[in-house]
Design a binder for this molecule. Structure first.
Ligand code: IMP
Length: 512
């Protein structure tokens, strides 16, 4: 491995190298677009974590593509770029097939896609369980995407999970599948209407996997909820589309690296959602940090030459529940976003905008301006100001080389607030060797829900630039007011901002 510490150097160098793109926040930073951009310059793109809970939006020639599973480099497949779905990824074959068919129908190819034999297999019982748990009014709601992600990784750690390779071996699949379902026999104890509602929803192919009265055998040992025979049949049917792409991708990637290929590692979700390092328990069930990403593709941290830490600016978003110190509108925003859709919002607040005096409505205005609705669930994303303590936290799990995205969203914003520190406003609380009392100052965010939920941000205010920037392609043409904020963040957080994104299109990027 050759050490390269600047993006320009990395892009200029001849020969191999590995670049990782990691989201430093709560996901949705727009890294799909960056991956698509860099994919034009690499031989391999590999994804290592998460599953169909992710949504990567790429706009190409005015056309929008949203991928949940295939790496964002897939649009370069016909140029020979190899796209890998690594062993750390949880694959729902129904989603995968839908994406492959969509690519075909758009005249795109996926001949160079490779799927890890060890990638985790999402089964209908995972989706059902995820949704059942989220339906319970027991105060334990995480606000998951309902894609079965938590249950599939639980099964992996509990050593009862299935992997993609099982789809290549019907006998082994059947026996593992039945054991898996049997192990869950007591987990589906929820009201009948709720269970049936989920089984008959589009998330589970509108009842296809459920028992009809006629097909339910009387001898079943566990609640006859899911029809194994139909699931097995459907899963083997899915595998016909992609079975030939399943292989040992760890081996493929290492060999590519050894032979001097240029490799791009594509993160999913964000550092703050890491099950190991994030705002637990309001996290996803994989590790979206650099460490999780390399592990999920069978590499090591030291195999990576350069990592980019991608963060949305100058605002932040979060989907699902959990503390969010700079949230505009605080608890009102959290509740609203949990229970309303985009159309509720446009109907109820048609006149709001990014300068609205009321924080909740200003949040709605920024959400509308930035189209901040989940690419996977359509849920409104909670919106708050850019938070330097969170960025400082993300550095050791991602990188100090930062890419700021979505800058154009605040083109019309008159005053931009940047949180520089948190003030703790809760009961006395000990975190390791440190005891926090009311008024304690926190420079680097403490990833403990009990702390984060009592943090009050201190803001620095900046005048906005009040002009469109989407057409700008070189740093020296950027408005001074914008660059002043970029430099402020660099100094405060000790980072180097290497790239700015000023719009959704592949070309709307500026190298600093
Ligand atoms: P899960 O990953 O579906 O289990 O959801 C756990 C938490 O992670 C929830 O708060 C989700 O909203 C959040 N989450 C999962 N995937 C994404 C993503 O791609 N972007 C943003 N949030 C996500």
């Amino acid at each position: 491995m050759t050490t390269t510490n600047s993006l320009k150097q990395f892009l200029r160098r001849k020969g191999g190298g590995t670049l990782a793109v990691v989201d430093g926040g709560w996901g949705d930073s727009g890294k799909g677009k960056l991956v698509d951009y860099f994919a034009g310059d690499v031989d391999v793109v590999a994804r290592g974590t998460g599953g169909a809970n992710a949504g990567h939006t790429i706009v190409l020639n005015g056309k929008t593509f949203i991928f949940h599973l295939v790496p964002a480099g897939i649009l370069r497949d016909s140029d020979g770029v190899i796209n890998i779905i690594g062993s750390g990824v949880a694959i729902d074959p129904a989603v995968l097939v839908r994406e492959l068919k969509k690519l075909e129908s758009e005249g795109m190819t996926y001949a160079n896609l490779r799927i890890s034999k060890n990638a985790k297999l999402v089964l209908p019982q995972h989706i059902l369980l995820d949704r059942l748990r989220e339906s319970a009014a027991d105060g334990k709601k995480i606000g998951t995407t309902g894609r079965g992600i938590g249950p599939v990784y639980e099964d992996h750690v509990a050593r009862i999970g299935l992997v993609m390779n099982d789809l290549l071996n019907p006998e082994s699949f059947r026996s593992k599948f039945e054991k898996n379902l049997h192990a869950k026999r007591n987990s589906f104890d929820y009201p009948f209407e709720i269970t049936q509602g989920i089984i008959f929803s589009t998330a589970l192919r509108s009842g296809l996997y459920g028992y009809t009265d006629e097909s339910r055998p009387s001898y079943l040992k566990y609640p006859p909820i899911l029809n194994e025979k139909v699931i097995e049949r459907e899963y083997f049917e899915y595998a016909k589309t992609f079975g030939h792409l399943i292989c040992d991708t760890d081996d493929l990637l290492v060999k590519k690296q050894q032979s001097g290929a240029r490799i791009l590692l594509e993160g999913a979700q964000g550092v703050l959602l890491s099950v190991d390092y994030g705002s637990y328990p309001y996290v996803t069930s994989s590790d979206p940090t650099l460490a999780g990403l390399v592990r999920g593709v069978g590499l090591r941290d030291r195999d990576v030459d350069l990592t980019l830490n991608v963060v949305k600016a100058f605002y932040t978003t979060r989907v699902g529940d959990g503390p969010f110190p700079t949230e505009l509108g605080g608890a009102a925003s959290r509740y609203w976003c949990a229970s309303h859709s985009k159309s509720d919002e446009t109907e109820k607040f048609p006149h709001t905008h990014v300068n609205y005096w009321d924080p909740f409505l200003q949040g709605v205005g920024i959400r509308v301006a930035g189209s901040e609705y989940g690419a996977t669930t359509g849920r409104p994303r909670r919106v708050g100001w850019f938070d330097i303590p969170l960025l400082r936290f993300s550095l050791r799990y991602a990188s100090t080389q930062v890419v700021l995205t979505k800058l154009d969203v605040l083109d019309a914003c008159k005053v931009i607030k940047i949180a520089t520190k948190h003030i703790y406003r809760g009961p006395t609380y000990t975190v390791g060797s440190e005891t926090l009392t009311d008024g304690s100052e926190i420079k680097t965010a403490i990833m403990d829900t009990a702390v984060l939920s009592h943090c009050e941000p201190v803001y620095a205010e900046f005048p906005g630039w009040l002009e469109p920037i989407g057409h700008i392609r070189s740093a020296n043409k950027l408005p001074k007011n914008l660059m002043r904020i970029v430099r402020f963040i660099e100094k405060e957080a000790g980072v180097e901002v290497v790239m700015l994104s000023v719009g959704p299109d592949r070309e709307q990027l500026i190298m600093l």
